[in-house]
Design a binder for this molecule. Structure first.
Ligand SMILES: Cc1cc2nc3c(=O)[nH]c(=O)nc-3n(C[C@H](O)[C@H](O)[C@H](O)COP(=O)(O)O)c2cc1C
Length: 289
């Protein structure tokens, strides 16, 4: 037996967009919101723990209180995480609902547990990965459900920052050990946004082994972080070659961002410290100001 292939699924995949502008003054029926949450309910999770709870905020007063939490969160980014190209969160006022996916870490005990001390790091790290991937699947399903309903959404991770999560827990009444890993503002789009930068297929897909020519060198990561990131995040085009300012914005990295020919030397590099940005670009300068 086979499932019927569905063109419309591909359409939904491409139409799911991070949208940060909604039509004001709109509302939806709770039945629509329930269908959306049901998509999250059906997400896969490690050991079928369903390690989430999902809060739907559709009351205007509560929505405003949540918006205030995120305005403070955004200000903290400006003050303490300089250089990240975040946009204003005022648009939360125009949502029809805000869905919050809480992760419940108690369920990590149901994932494979180390029984010998030497293997603690091995299994503990992977427990974290299973937990976070499960939550990501739920958020993704919800975003897809939103798109299928003709609505649009974003995926905000800022609710998971400790200070913001503490404020949300106090406001919404959930246990403080749970965490708002995904906050999904939902609304009616003001414009069609069905394009965004994507690496080309021939760069992403490796057949039967890792192809070193498709490897993105450390310097490319540095360029993305310091320079290209805001354009790749917010421009409504898939291929940067369609940008009017392709040559100026890509600064010689054009082929690397738009073809499968990324790494001329076809050699891989050694691991370095990946935890902090390494170059001095626009983002770094903003951070240092
Ligand atoms: C784990 C995760 C966290 C994200 N956090 C935020 C966020 O805090 N604020 C935001 O505006 N977008 C956030 N996004 C959305 C990304 O910026 C967006 O997915 C990316 O730029 C690609 O755009 P697209 O979703 O329209 O394809 C997040 C996405 C993911 C998967």
């Amino acid at each position: 037996m086979t499932n019927e292939p569905s063109d419309s699924f591909q359409t939904i995949i491409r139409a799911r967009r991070s949208t940060r502008k909604f039509e004001p003054g709109r509302a939806v029926d709770r039945s629509v919101l329930e269908r959306i949450v049901d998509c999250g309910r059906w997400a896969p999770s490690g050991a079928n723990t369903q390690c989430w709870d999902i809060i739907v905020v559709d009351d205007p007063d509560m929505r405003e209180a949540v918006r205030q939490v995120f305005l403070r969160q955004a200000q903290r980014l400006v003050d303490h995480a300089k250089g990240f190209p975040a946009v204003s969160k005022n648009y939360l006022a125009n949502t029809v609902a805000i869905v919050i996916v809480l992760g419940d870490p108690r369920w990590k005990v149901c994932f494979p547990q180390p029984t010998t001390p030497d293997w603690e790091a091995e299994y503990d790290e992977n427990n974290e990965a299973i937990f976070l991937c499960s939550l990501g699947a739920a958020v993704q399903n919800i975003q897809m459900g939103v798109t299928a309903e003709g609505l649009t959404s974003a995926w905000l991770s800022g609710g998971g920052e400790a200070t913001t999560n503490a404020e949300l827990a106090a406001l919404l009444g959930y246990p403080p050990w749970m965490r708002a890993y995904g906050t999904i503002p939902i609304g009616y789009p003001v414009a069609t946004q069905d394009r965004r930068y994507r690496r080309p297929m021939e760069q992403v897909c490796h057949w039967n082994g890792y192809e070193a020519r498709q490897y993105r060198p450390h310097a490319l990561v540095d360029f993305y972080e310091s320079t290209l990131r805001p354009f790749a995040m917010y421009r409504d085009q898939e291929d940067p070659r369609d940008w009017d300012d392709f040559d100026t914005k890509l600064e010689g990295w054009g082929a690397a961002f738009s073809s499968g020919d990324v790494n001329e030397t076809a050699e891989l590099e050694d691991e370095v410290d990946f935890s902090r940005p390494r170059t001095s670009g626009r983002a770094t300068k903003a951070r240092n100001r």
